[in-house]
Each structure stands twice: as C-alpha cells, then as structure tokens.
Write a protein that binds this ligand. Structure first.
Ligand code: AR6
Length: 181
C-alpha cells in the first residue's frame, strides 16, 4: 500500500494510504460491517475471505452472546490470518437521503472505532471509508465526517493511539480525502 499524505495532529500521525486494507500491518483494522456481522460483500467480504473462517465464526459467537451491533457501534474479533491483531467491526449507517441521522451515526462509527482501539491500548489503526460503498453514503459528504471524528478523538488526548490510517480503495475516493485533509 502506498502512503499518499501524512499529517501530524498533536502527537498523532494521520496517514492517507491508497490500497487494500486487508494487507495493513497496523495493530487493528476496522471493518465496514453490518449489524449482524455477516461479512458477505465489500471490504467485509475481502477481510473475511483473507482472514479465514475464524473471523465469521468469532463474529457469530459475538452475536449469539451480545445480540446484534447497533448502527454506530463496534464489535471486536481477532485478525484471524491477517497481519493485524484485532478487527474492529464498525457498523455505519445506510444512506437514506440524509434525514435519518446518518451523519451522527457515521460519526459514531468512526469515533467508537478509535475509542475501542484506545481501550485495547493499540498504537495503530487502519480504517476504510465506512458506509461509502454498498451502504451508499456519498463520499463527498462522508469524508468531512471521518475528519471531524478523528480530530475530535485526537483532542481527547489518547495515550496509546499514535497512528491512524485511512486506507482508500480507488482513485476517485482518494481525491475527496486529499481535498479534505
Ligand atoms: N480495502 C479498503 N477499502 C475497500 C476494500 C479493501 N479491500 N474493498 C472495498 N473497499 P463497503 P459499506 C472500500 O461496501 O458501504 C458489506 O456487505 C469501498 O470502495 O465495503 O459500509 C458489509 O457486510 C468503499 O469505499 O462498506 C455490509 O453489509 C468502502 O470500502 C455492507 O457491505 C466501504 O464499502 C457495508 O457497506
């Protein structure tokens, strides 16, 4: 994967990376999941295929134990066969025109992913463009929300998290990130 841009905010590096999140070697990667943690398509499908059967298995166990993951919230599994130690499964909103609290729910999905990483005492985290694929959230509206959540989180003065990567799949999405960051 290729680092396109690095920004330092307080003590935290934000990196814009072009490529495939499944090959990242950060302590955790974030998955753009659904509430049932059924990892079929999109980045979730790629993670579940490359990470091996343990990821879906652990996800099923999580659902059995705690019930479905509400939109804006996260669940954690191991990284299976991936290089990361954990996968933080974040449930973003389905875009429905913008009047269904989508912005708040997308903000929560990102903020709660970062908060979970800090709780787990992780130093580095990689995130995809949550909701901006199958869930239809317009990328130009999503990127400012990602940015606000990350900056707000950094302003809580995390102790452990030092590197936050956005791993961006495809050139068109990358342009929006470069414009915003
Ligand atoms: N690495 C990084 N980003 C990727 C990759 C990859 N390997 N593959 C796709 N993307 P999506 P959502 C980008 O659809 O919109 C699944 O079925 C993609 O280009 O994966 O939150 C889940 O199980 C887009 O920018 O997630 C849910 O049911 C971004 O990842 C549902 O889709 C997110 O696209 C979630 O939809």
């Amino acid at each position: 994967n290729k680092i396109i841009k690095e920004i330092k905010v307080n003590n935290v590096e934000i990196k814009l990376v072009s490529g495939d999140i499944t090959i990242e070697e950060t302590d955790a990667i974030v998955n753009a999941a659904n509430s049932h943690l059924q990892h079929g398509g999109g980045v979730a499908g790629a993670i579940a295929r490359k990470g091996g059967p343990d990821i879906q298995k652990e996800s099923n166990e999580y659902i059995k134990k705690y019930g479905e993951v509400e939109t804006g919230n996260v669940a954690v599994t191991t990284g299976g066969k991936l290089k990361c130690k954990y996968i933080i499964h974040a449930v973003g909103p389905i875009w429905n025109g913008g009047g269904q609290k989508e912005e708040k729910l997308l903000y929560d999905a990102v903020f709660n992913s970062l908060k979970k990483a800090e709780e787990l005492k992780l130093n580095s985290l990689a995130l995809p463009a949550i909701s901006a694929g199958i869930y239809g959230y317009p990328i130009e509206k999503a990127v400012p929300v990602y940015k606000k959540a990350v900056y707000d989180f950094i302003n809580t003065n995390p102790q452990f998290l030092k590197e936050i990567r956005f791993v961006i799949y495809g050139e068109d999405h990358l342009d929006y990130f470069l414009k915003e960051f």
